[in-house]
Design a protein around this ligand. Structure first.
Ligand code: P61
Length: 462
């Protein structure tokens, strides 16, 4: 256990050695930039952003050890030393036998979906994630949401809102038959629900249920380290276990995992797929050479794999996770104290503003969460991300918009990047936008791309 264990303070277990200057902008600069970006924060230039809370993906600060590791890159086409270091780190901390590196998470999602889904099969999961569901659909699968109902309610205080509803899952299995289920798509700290964790009891029960039916469980381990922190904090019997022990136990109830290492593992690029079954591994190892690169680099440079191997070990340090989640919670608690509507409990990687609570007068089809992201940027140059109707996309069968119950704007905190004072600036800007809420009007979509529309869509003021 680290030095800060059991203390209120979440002070960072590191100090700053290098800084990157930020550019300040005027309101006129921001109005111009926002119109040019079609009111979509994904289309803003990073130069025009002051505090960038678009995502915690690939935006983390690497440590001096990781940068030193970059110099040890073995840039061989095949059999790079760094691949074996990465394989060892994944085995040690996640416990899976066979590893395939990929350029990032969606590369791994593509491979597992192609290898493990037959056309027409169902893929039950604890809430959709944009890229995950798309790859499942492109492989012919039908994603089915089996998360507990509490997850769809931003104000429900359930400590494990990421849990699978085992009754929903069982009735799907009964109705369709086990052979129609490709696998369970289980995510640690469910991103679209607000970074909400899954309990150890739930994954154990899920394992028992799926064993009875011969169904595999594959884990989206992208933010599983953060999930382990919530188990340590909230679940009986885990308070004295380390994050590393909890992570390993949780993964032991699953058959394999895919990973966007750009989050928990503290790197700017990278991912992997790991499984325990040799036959499936052989299939995946064959597929990776078609889409990513040879099975000992998977689209990455040797140096990237080295930084990832070191990042994995750093990511499970108790003091690190305590400080990381402490910072997110600090921002969340400030907003809650000011009665600003956010998703509760505050999750692992972000504070999610409840756009329905900001703008009850803006109908969902006028993109309240997109509007809120635009207003925040205008106010202070803070960049956030829409996680509502624009992100949810359309039903591939009917072509209609999905209307998610959660209409959220995500303030995502990169790891080891911003200070407590930055969080204060963010909170103050959110408050200013909240105070101006009644005057705010919605948006209409002016351009809609076919896949993952939220990334490149353009909007106009109503
Ligand atoms: C994010 F707006 N997440 O949260 P890749 N699983 C999970 C993720 O969070 C995830 C991936 C798989 C991002 C980047 C991003 O709709 C969006 O390495 C739980 O990004 O390929 C990525 O991993 C995919 C932003 C992705 C989005 C999709 O900011």
């Amino acid at each position: 256990m680290g030095q800060q264990f059991g203390r209120r303070s979440w002070a960072e277990p590191w100090k700053i050695k290098m800084v990157e200057p930020l550019r300040m902008t005027t309101k006129e600069d921001r109005e111009k930039a926002l119109v040019e970006a079609g009111f979509n924060t994904f289309l803003l230039k990073s130069e025009d952003v002051y505090i960038d809370l678009l995502t915690d993906s690939g935006t983390n600060a690497m440590s001096d050890r990781q940068w030193a590791g970059m110099m040890l890159g073995d840039e061989a086409y095949a059999g790079s030393r760094n691949f074996y270091n990465l394989e060892e780190a994944v085995r040690k901390y996640y416990g899976y036998k066979y590893l395939i590196p990929t350029h990032q998470g969606r590369g791994a999602e593509h491979l597992i979906s192609q290898a493990a889904i037959k056309k027409g099969q169902f893929v039950p999961g604890n809430m959709y994630f944009t890229t995950t569901r798309l790859h499942q659909e492109l492989a012919g699968g039908v994603f089915t949401d089996v998360i507990i109902d509490e997850a769809h309610n931003s104000q429900n205080p359930h400590p494990f809102k990421g849990n699978v509803d085992l009754e929903k899952l069982e009735s799907l299995i009964k109705r369709e038959g086990a052979e129609k289920i490709a696998y369970i798509s289980l995510a640690g700290t469910v991103n679209m629900a607000g970074g909400q964790p899954v309990s150890m009891a739930n994954v154990k029960a899920l394992r028992a249920l799926t064993d009875r039916h011969g169904i595999k469980v594959y884990l989206d381990a992208t933010r599983m380290v953060e999930n382990a922190y919530f188990i340590q904090e909230r679940e009986e019997g885990y308070a004295r276990k380390t994050i590393a022990e909890i992570l390993l136990e949780f993964c032991s109830y699953t058959d394999g995992a895919w990973m966007s290492a750009k989050k928990d593992s503290l790197v700017n690029i990278g991912g992997w797929l790991a499984v325990n079954n040799w036959t499936l591994f052989e299939e995946l190892r064959n597929l990776v050479v078609v889409y990513e690169g040879l099975h000992t680099y998977g689209g990455l440079a040797g140096r990237d794999m080295e930084a990832m191997a070191i990042g994995i070990a750093e990511s499970v340090a108790d003091d690190h996770v305590h400080s990381r989640i402490g910072q997110v919670r600090y921002l969340g608690e400030m907003l809650t104290a000011w009665n600003i509507p956010i998703v509760l409990p505050v999750g692992g990687h972000a504070v999610f503003l409840d756009a329905r609570g900001f703008y009850p007068h803006i109908p969902q089809i006028q993109f309240p969460a997109q509007t809120l992201a635009a207003e925040l940027y205008l106010d202070s140059g803070i960049r956030s991300m829409e996680r509502g109707i624009a992100s949810a996309g359309r039903d591939p069968k009917t072509g209609d918009h999905y209307y998610p119950r959660l209409e959220l704007t995500r303030l995502t905190i990169p790891r080891r990047v911003y200070t407590q004072a930055h969080m204060d600036v963010v909170a103050e800007s959110v408050r200013a936008v909240y105070e101006a809420r009644e005057k705010t009007q919605g948006l209409k979509m002016a351009y809609e791309p076919k896949y993952l529309r939220f990334f490149q869509a353009r909007f106009e003021r109503m």
